[in-house]
Design a protein around this ligand. Structure first.
Ligand code: SF4
Length: 567
């Protein structure tokens, strides 16, 4: 693992920086690593919020799309990574209830209890520290994750150690292990319990991508970015895998263990590291790997590649910050993001845009035009987020220094999907939510369900590459078409019917795409909509009724032990 220009950053410690206190039992210590407790999609005194469920896409990308919203849960990857890289007996408890957490604390004698959390869940961390002191008083309590960025967190929770930044090396050092040893990547299935159109997708081995975490942090250092700030800020990042060769070996192992060909690459700016990506491509070519990758990348990083290179690399989904046409972020300089989006989709790459609502220059007079501009990108998915000074970021420091932070906003409400937590020059707190909601609504109204959009991008890519000379590329699109064309055609049939009365324009566009699919699909896929289409229409309507009655979804509790024999 290499820490780039950030030596020492991740080594913060509540005790004495420089004289690091190791746990007396070393790797004999028994460790519990837990995420915060649920349920999550409800309003409660610990900071759960019904508008902030544990579903990334539904929460901040497709939440206005009703039964067409993409819903799934993602594991707490940070604690999984730590567990895989320590020799001590270790249990990971993901998405527990309070009872689950209490039961685990009392059923084994844990020497160390690690709690991982983001900022909004600080109330839950406080409660879990209290429970640990009561039920397992001999345990050392370690708290990490973005919650550690809260100013004066030490006074808010009863923890022994607050870990800021990357946690694997911290925990290794705490246990007396070699913190610079190579990282062993755990086998992580990227999403679970995926639902769309009222159906939970089957979870067979290999059907869901594997998550790969090549690096953490991003050197672009945008002023609002929590992840960049948390891992060192501008110019800094931590590489778990330095080279394309190392990454290839990890991906090949995941391919074997999880039977996957697709990867969710959890790296804030994967394409920025061009040498690593190109070496990976070289190894993929040498070994005939027809893998697909979902990646995050800034516009300036994407422009380092030709479309051909991206396609050959297997990039099939790209999450890109669009922010605002007036924004001065260096990553967007000289980039026509609408043109870039159009080109990417023409090459079969699904684009997820991300736009900020409530930048400093926004006013009630210009913000609608900016939202229209964002929506006109016609991305496959679009995230909208409020401009939010989150603790730890340069923006937070600036707004605090200007005396514009609203002090009475609960941390549980500082997540960018509710209301401003600062005084904006021109937009009120209540209006910030109205504009945010309108942006989601407008994107859905104009561009239709994301499921329809990604079907269109796949078909465009297939038509372009189905006869391509490079067999790896050809096979990738052919594989997706074989797997999905019948399902997409059926979903399009149901969507067309569903929208016929409420949005005729979108319904006609969906119909045109369905006809194209019919033309390009094999016999079985052509027949499938006649059977599956009405089923999906029925499940869609059933889901709408459920959602109208307040139905929410919660992730399952997961307990995994490692090095446990003889513990
Ligand atoms: S480019 Fe994206 S990940 Fe990087 S600092 Fe900016 S917002 Fe964060």
């Amino acid at each position: 693992m290499q820490v780039h220009e950030a030596q020492g950053y991740a080594r913060n410690h509540k005790a004495l920086p420089g004289s690091f206190e190791k746990h007396p039992k070393g790797i004999q210590a028994r460790v519990l690593l837990s995420s915060v407790f649920g349920p999550y999609a409800q309003d409660d005194e610990f900071g759960s919020r019904s508008i902030n469920p544990m579903e990334l896409y539904h929460n901040q990308v497709t939440r206005a799309q009703g039964s067409f919203s993409l819903r799934m849960f993602h594991r707490s990857w940070g604690i999984m990574l730590i567990q895989a890289n320590i020799s001590a007996p270790c249990a990971v408890l993901d998405f527990p209830t309070r009872d689950d957490f209490a039961r685990e604390l009392t059923s084994h004698r844990y020497d160390i209890v690690g709690i991982s959390s983001i900022i909004i869940n600080v109330g839950k961390v406080r409660e879990m520290c209290r429970m640990t002191r009561e039920l397992s008083p001999h345990s050392a309590i370690v708290v990490g994750g973005h919650v550690a960025a809260i100013p004066e967190i030490e006074a808010m929770i009863d923890a022994d150690h607050i870990v800021r930044g990357e946690g694997v090396s911290w925990m290794r050092r705490y246990l007396g292990e070699d913190e610079s040893a190579p990282i062993l990547h755990p086998a992580i299935v990227s999403g679970m319990q995926t639902r769309i159109m009222g159906i939970r997708l089957p979870e067979r081995k290999g059907a869901t991508a594997a998550t790969i975490i090549p690096s953490v942090g991003c050197p672009m250092g945008c002023n609002f970015c929590t992840t960049s700030a948390f891992f060192g800020g501008k110019g800094k990042f931590v590489n778990f895998f330095e080279t394309g060769d190392e990454l290839f070996e990890v991906m090949q192992r995941m391919e074997h263990e999880l039977k996957v060909h697709s990867f969710f690459v959890m790296d804030e700016n994967f394409l920025l590291h061009r040498d690593r990506a190109m070496q990976l491509l070289q190894r993929m070519k040498e070994n005939g790997k027809s893998w697909t990758m979902s990646v995050f990348a800034s516009a300036n990083a994407i422009r380092k590649y030709t479309m051909q290179e991206l396609v050959e690399l297997g990039v099939s989904w790209l999450w890109m910050g669009l922010e605002s046409p007036q924004a001065s972020y260096s990553k967007l300089h000289d980039t026509d993001t609408r043109e870039l989006t159009r080109q990417l989709r023409e090459h079969g790459i699904r684009v997820q845009g991300s736009t900020i609502i409530g930048l400093e220059h926004h006013t009630p007079d210009n913000i609608m035009a900016e939202i229209e501009h964002a929506v006109s990108h016609n991305t496959d998915f679009h995230q909208f987020m409020l401009y939010t000074p989150a603790p730890g970021t340069p923006l937070y420091q600036q707004i605090a220094a200007e005396g514009r932070l609203l002090r009475d906003v609960d941390y549980a409400d500082i997540h960018g999907q509710f209301k401003f937590n600062f005084k904006h020059a021109a937009i009120s707190r209540d209006d910030s939510k109205r504009f945010l909601d309108w942006a989601f609504w407008r994107d859905f109204e104009l561009n239709g369900p994301s499921l329809y959009r990604i079907a269109g991008t796949l078909l465009t890519g297939w038509k372009r590459y189905k006869d391509w000379p490079d067999a790896r590329v050809r096979e990738r699109f052919a594989h997706e078409m074989r797997r999905l064309s019948g399902i997409y055609s059926s979903a399009l049939w149901a969507m067309e019917k569903r929208f016929s009365k409420v949005n005729a324009n979108v319904s006609q566009q969906i119909r045109a795409l369905r006809k194209e699919f019919q033309h390009e699909s094999g016999a079985i896929s052509r027949m499938m909509p006649a059977v599956l289409g009405p089923v999906l229409l029925w499940t869609t309507r059933r889901e709408e009724r459920r959602l109208a009655q307040g139905k929410t979804y919660e992730p399952p509790t997961i307990l995994e032990r490692k090095n446990w024999v003889g513990a």
